[in-house]
Ligand binder design. Structure first.
Ligand code: URA
Length: 233
């Protein structure tokens, strides 16, 4: 990998900042000051220091984002702001969201550059729990809750899998599902004669949305959270 790319990915600075820092001789590679960003380095084995501090390369990175409304779950979009652009300060150009939330859905979205893990977490066979806080137009009738829990016809080949409903107040429920079909929660509620007014994902694969994160804010996953998702580092 090029030295300048490595430094950007290690969050030392933007491309232009990295160039300036290199020129100032603040980066050493195997004990020697290196001013040329284009040189190839071995990111796992070379000893690379910035201002005397060792930079330890991480192949895979994992972030939890509190997705705000109005942002699309994509890597690029012609007009809308993307979830990936919210993490542009990280200096990585290989991040993507683990699955999708609708543009108007808020809450927990993972972003990573680890395709294998993303694939595993999204596999329909894995039955990964996703918990949504759903604000409804009307209170949910007991019978409607039972239908949602047993499996409901949302117009696909198959009924939805078993789900869990926990009523929070008149027009708020927590809905746990294990699938990720297109507009699934909205279609499930529509199928029982209700309507979703607001949707927030508060948990994914046992990982809870960090309440300290305001909409649009993100942080790296802790090692405990990474282990919880079954990721081996
Ligand atoms: N279900 C929906 O309808 N929308 C989402 O964004 C996620 C689940």
């Amino acid at each position: 990998m090029r030295l300048d790319r490595f430094l950007c990915e290690m969050n030392v600075g933007s491309r232009s900042q990295v160039k300036a820092l290199l020129r100032q001789g603040l980066v050493t590679v195997n004990g020697k000051a290196e001013k040329e960003g284009a040189i190839q380095i071995r990111e796992y084995s070379d000893d690379i220091l910035f201002r005397g501090n060792k930079l330890q390369y991480q192949r895979f990175v994992y972030y939890m984002l509190n997705k705000p409304e109005g942002v699309v779950s994509a890597t690029e979009d012609k007009t809308a702001v993307t979830v990936v652009s919210l993490l542009s300060g990280e200096g990585r150009d290989d991040l993507f969201p683990v699955g999708r939330l609708d543009k108007d859905t808020t809450g927990l979205l993972l972003l990573t550059n680890d395709g294998e893990t993303a694939h595993r977490l999204l596999s329909p066979k894995r039955h990964v729990d996703k918990i949504y806080r759903v604000t409804l137009e009307h209170p949910l009738e007991r019978q409607a809750a039972a239908i949602l829990e047993q499996g409901v016809d949302i117009g696909d080949d198959k009924l939805t899998l078993h789900a869990q409903v926990s009523v929070q107040d008149d027009c708020t429920i927590l809905l746990t599902i294990q699938e990720g079909r297109y507009h699934q929660v909205k279609r499930m509620l529509q199928a029982v004669g209700n309507r979703v007014l607001a949707l927030e994902r508060i948990s994914f694969g046992g990982l809870a949305l960090d309440e300290k994160l305001k909409p649009g804010e993100y942080r790296t996953l802790t090692s405990e959270e990474i282990a919880l998702l079954g990721i081996r580092t």
